[in-house]
Design a protein around this ligand. Structure first.
Ligand SMILES: Cc1cc2nc3c(=O)[nH]c(=O)nc-3n(C[C@H](O)[C@H](O)[C@H](O)COP(=O)(O)OP(=O)(O)OC[C@H]3O[C@@H](n4cnc5c(N)ncnc54)[C@H](O)[C@@H]3O)c2cc1C
Length: 306
C-alpha cells in the first residue's frame, strides 16, 4: 500500500454510488443485518425529479424493508390512470385500472414521487439502521480486485484514503466508474429518439387539469404528468439521432424561449430543467399539452416559471 495514503476501516461491502440503487442496496443489506460503507461523490442526494414513478414490485420490496409507508406518505399513489389527449380536455382516451389487480396484489398502482424525495426517504431509512457508514463527498478513484476482496482508493476532503472491502458493488449510474475499472462493456443500444424534459411550476387553474395528457404527430410524442401540487413535467420524444445532439447552453435556452414565446401557441418554460445531468433541454415546448380548448385562467406566461 502507498504509505502516503490514509486508510478507512475495512468493510464487508463497499457500495459505490448513493443514488436510488446504492441506497436501496444499503437498506436491503442492513435489513439482513449486514454492515456496509456507502461512498457518494456528491455532497448530498439528488434534488431532481428524474425517475418519478415507483412501480408495485419495487414497493413490495420496500414493504418488506418497512419503508413503503414513508414513501407512500411522501408521494401520490395512483390506482387508476386515465390518459387524456391534450386537445380534448377532460375526456380520457383510455384508462389503466390498477384496481383490477387487487385480488392479486396489495395496494396496486403507481406511486408518483420525485426521485430526489425517494432518495431522501431511503437515506433516512438507511441512517436509522445504524449499519451503514454513509460517506458523501467521497469519490472512488481507483478499484483493484484482489484474492480476498477489493481495494478501493477514495478521495474525500482533499485527501486519498484506501479502503479494503470483501465486496464492492458499482451503483454509480450510467457512466459507471466501477464498470470501466473492471473493463466491463456497456451493453444495450441507444434508441434513435431525442428526449426533451422540463419540470415546471404551474401556478394557475391548469394545475387542476386531469393528467397525464398526451399528444403526438408523425415524429413526436409530448406528454405531461403532475408530479406534485403545482409541479408538472413535460416530456417530448422526437424521432432523431441523439448522437447528433449536443448539450444546450443556458443562453440558448433563453434565446429559444424568447423566440418560441412569439410563436402563436408555443409556450416557453424558461430555465426549467436546465443543468440537469446530460438531459437535452429545449425551452420551447409544443402547445399540444396546453391547447386553446383546455381551461386557462391566466393570460400571463402559462406553464412558464423557471
Ligand atoms: C434528467 C433525467 C430524467 C430522468 N427521467 C427518468 C424517468 O422519467 N423515468 C425513469 O425511470 N428514469 C429516469 N431517469 C433515469 C433515472 O434517474 C436513473 O435510472 C436512476 O437515477 C438510476 O439510479 P442509480 O442509483 O443506478 O444511478 P444514479 O441515480 O445515477 O446514482 C449514481 C450515483 O453514483 C455517484 N457516483 C458516480 N461515480 C462515482 C464514484 N466514482 N464515486 C462515488 N460516487 C459516484 C453519482 O454521484 C450518483 O449519485 C432520468 C434521469 C435523468 C438524468
Amino acid at each position: 500500500m502507498d504509505s502516503t495514503l490514509g486508510t478507512l476501516p475495512p468493510a464487508p461491502v463497499a457500495i459505490v454510488g448513493g443514488g436510488p440503487v446504492g441506497l436501496s442496496l444499503a437498506l436491503g443489506l442492513a435489513r439482513q443485518g449486514m454492515r456496509s460503507i456507502l461512498l457518494e461523490r456528491k455532497a448530498a442526494t439528488s434534488d431532481r425529479s428524474k425517475a418519478p414513478a415507483i412501480h408495485l414490485r419495487s414497493r413490495e420490496i420496500f414493504r418488506q424493508w418497512d419503508t413503503e409507508q414513508p414513501l407512500l406518505d411522501a408521494g401520490v399513489l395512483v390506482r387508476s390512470l386515465p390518459l387524456y389527449r391534450a386537445a380534448t380536455g377532460r375526456r380520457p382516451l383510455l384508462s389503466f385500472e390498477f384496481s383490477e389487480l387487487e385480488t392479486e396484489a396489495d395496494r396496486p398502482g403507481i406511486l408518483f414521487l420525485e426521485q430526489g424525495r425517494t432518495e431522501r426517504v431511503l437515506l433516512e431509512a438507511v441512517r436509522e439502521t445504524g449499519l451503514c457508514d454513509l460517506r458523501f463527498d467521497s469519490e472512488v478513484v481507483r478499484l483493484v480486485p484482489g484474492d480476498g476482496g477489493v481495494r478501493l482508493t477514495v478521495r474525500e476532503e482533499g485527501a486519498q484514503r484506501v479502503l479494503d472491502a470483501e465486496f464492492a458493488v458499482g451503483c454509480d449510474g450510467g457512466g459507471s466508474f466501477v464498470r470501466k475499472a473492471l473493463g466491463l462493456p456497456f451493453e444495450g443500444v441507444t434508441l434513435p429518439v431525442r428526449a426533451t424534459l422540463a419540470d415546471i411550476h404551474v401556478t394557475d387553474g391548469r394545475d387542476s387539469l386531469p393528467w397525464p395528457r398526451t399528444s403526438n404527430d408523425r415524429s413526436t410524442i409530448t406528454s405531461t404528468q403532475r408530479l406534485a401540487p403545482r409541479h408538472w413535467r413535460i416530456v417530448r420524444l422526437e424521432a432523431d439521432d441523439p448522437r447528433q445532439d449536443g448539450d444546450v447552453s443556458e443562453e440558448e435556452v433563453h434565446r429559444s424561449a424568447a423566440e418560441s414565446w412569439e410563436r402563436g401557441q408555443r409556450r416557453c418554460c424558461g430555465r426549467a430543467g436546465s443543468g440537469s445531468s446530460g438531459a437535452r433541454v429545449r425551452a420551447s415546448v409544443s402547445a399540444a399539452c396546453c391547447s386553446p380548448e383546455t381551461p386557462r385562467t391566466s393570460s400571463r406566461r402559462p406553464w412558464a416559471r423557471a
